[in-house]
Ligand binder design. Structure first.
Ligand SMILES: Cc1cc2nc3c(=O)[nH]c(=O)nc-3n(C[C@H](O)[C@H](O)[C@H](O)COP(=O)(O)OP(=O)(O)OC[C@H]3O[C@@H](n4cnc5c(N)ncnc54)[C@H](O)[C@@H]3O)c2cc1C
Ligand code: SF4
Length: 453
């Protein structure tokens, strides 16, 4: 078995190679490296990095705390705003968020490494098991949170701090949402998603019920009757189709499902991958599935994107990462049909595309790329049968600035809401802010001042 063996097969690479391929993308700083990196911060007064962080972490403060040897204090500064600061430190596209705004870019084209410093501080605190937050006196209020992804967890933690009892229902076997089933394996190795989950739940007052599906096991109406408030953090469980002939052939797969299986595999040696892999899409999921297919031992991996490099949702850093791992990115190509042989994928026929006026059109030229595995990575969609009476727009839930939906007593946040950025850190911000809004409303309704944690 090697990268040249045709078909979709597991075990193309030896275990030591797989282990090395799926190890930490950005190894952690040690104490000395963290001190040196923190020394580069100017501690700007009007820090633009803070504004660029969706959770508004006080970045200059936590970096100063690291520079004075107070990593645990730095972690508290981070967790005050973002209880999933450990995961965000690993997965945030910092090059388009906080680090893009760093003033060091102007003089030196190299920002302060905010993400890695954040990881250093949160790792130190989590390793000691240090808990910074206690529950307020129980309020007697009960809140149902649907979805145990970043949005749901951030919401549940903030509500627990305020003294409310929270029950999280999640469809899947394990909690964590895409932190557990979606993020690329080399960004969160060593079971970090579950370790972070346990750290968050340690506050108490939060019960997690796995394998419970809204729309199958209970309805929104039932939840509204049983709880004082409901938060929907259900992400986007459905997948967009290519809608081209041959999509049903063996070997055409959904990228997010594949990544989920890969994440749940301990060794990666049991995950079958093609010799020639084609990925359709231009976002983070396309890059992640392409890079991981290559790391599993595929000989050729080609991403086909229907527009130009500058239109890709994947950041420059992600595109460079893919190129550095041997992935080819081809632009201005759209899928026309999947070519099959004996019921299995043998290749893909593509249309060349261009922009005329302001419209994306096909040029009339076509091409063929040989493939035995094709991944669909062209976006996800909301998929819940029972969102009675909720206002949706563009397939997402409409919320106001506090995360309130069109239904009284129901809030929502994260990927499932309209206007979201589809990032872990944005989901955390939504969940946290919705919890504050829920708390205000519950406390006002019971005639008490808003609970202060
Ligand atoms: C492959 C991939 C890679 C990504 N990589 C990055 C990255 O590197 N950096 C980054 O910032 N972002 C990344 N993202 C985006 C990020 O993962 C999401 O923005 C984030 O997870 C959204 O959080 P959420 O809580 O809204 O939803 P999710 O994480 O999707 O969690 C939703 C939860 O709701 C549950 N659920 C759904 N429907 C129901 C139901 N009917 N009943 C009960 N439970 C239900 C699901 O089981 C799930 O656990 C990636 C996304 C994908 C798909
Ligand atoms: S949470 Fe993300 S965007 Fe915010 S400071 Fe940390 S790494 Fe940067």
């Amino acid at each position: 078995m090697s990268d040249l063996t045709p078909g979709i097969r597991p075990g193309r690479l030896d275990q030591p190679v797989l282990d090395a391929n799926f190890s930490d993308l950005h190894p952690a700083f040690d104490r000395h490296e963290a001190l040196v990196a923190s020394d580069r911060c100017y501690f700007c007064h009007d820090a633009p990095c803070m504004t660029a962080c969706p959770t508004a972490i006080d970045i200059p403060l936590f970096i100063r705390q690291i520079s004075t040897g107070n990593a645990v204090g730095a972690a508290k500064t981070i967790f005050d705003q973002n209880i999933l600061g450990g995961m965000c430190a690993r997965v945030c596209p910092t090059e388009t968020l906080c680090e893009q705004a760093c003033v060091r870019n102007t003089a030196e084209e190299k920002p302060v490494e905010i993400g890695r410093l954040q990881r250093y501080a949160t790792d130190v605190a989590m390793a000691t098991g240090k808990q910074f937050y206690k529950r307020a006196t129980p309020t007697g209020k009960r809140v149902a949170v649907i979805g145990a992804g970043p949005a749901g967890l951030a919401c549940a933690h903030r509500l627990a701090m305020k003294g409310h009892d929270v029950v999280i229902y999640d469809a899947r076997e394990k909690a964590g949402g895409l932190n557990e089933y979606g993020i690329a394996a080399y960004k969160a190795p060593n079971d970090f998603a579950q370790r972070e989950l346990n750290y968050i739940l340690a506050i108490g007052g939060i019960t997690v019920e796995n394998g419970k599906v809204l729309g199958r096991d209970f309805s929104l109406d039932e939840l509204k009757q049983r709880y004082d408030a409901v938060f929907l953090g259900i992400g986007l469980a459905g997948v967009n189709g290519l809608n081209v002939p041959g999509e049903d052939l063996e070997g055409v797969e959904d990228a997010v499902d594949f990544i989920g299986r890969l994440r749940q595999s301990k060794t990666k040696a049991d995950i079958p991958v093609g010799r020639r892999v084609v990925v359709i899409g231009g976002g983070m999921t396309a890059i992640d599935v392409a890079v991981q297919a290559k790391l599993l031992g595929a000989e050729e991996v080609t991403i086909c994107y229907r527009r130009g490099k500058e239109h890709m949702n994947a950041s420059e850093f992600e595109q460079d990462l893919a190129a550095s791992r041997g992935v080819t990115i081809r632009h201005w190509l759209a899928p026309k049909s999947i070519i099959g042989k004996d019921g299995k994928v043998a290749g893909i026929e593509v249309d060349y595309t261009t922009i005329r006026g302001d419209k994306l059109v096909t040029t009339g030229e076509t091409g063929v790329i040989a493939a035995d595995q094709i991944f669909k990575a062209i976006g996800q969609k909301l998929e819940v049968p029972a969102l009675e009476g909720l206002r949706l727009e563009g397939g997402r839930i409409v919320v106001d600035e506090e995360g309130r939906t069109s239904l009284e007593g129901v809030w929502a946040g994260g990927d499932c809401v309209l206007g979201g950025e589809d990032l872990t850190v944005s989901a955390v911000a939504n969940g946290r802010d919705a919890a504050e809004s829920i708390n205000r409303q519950l406390m006002a309704a019971s005639g008490r001042a808003a609970a202060v944690a």
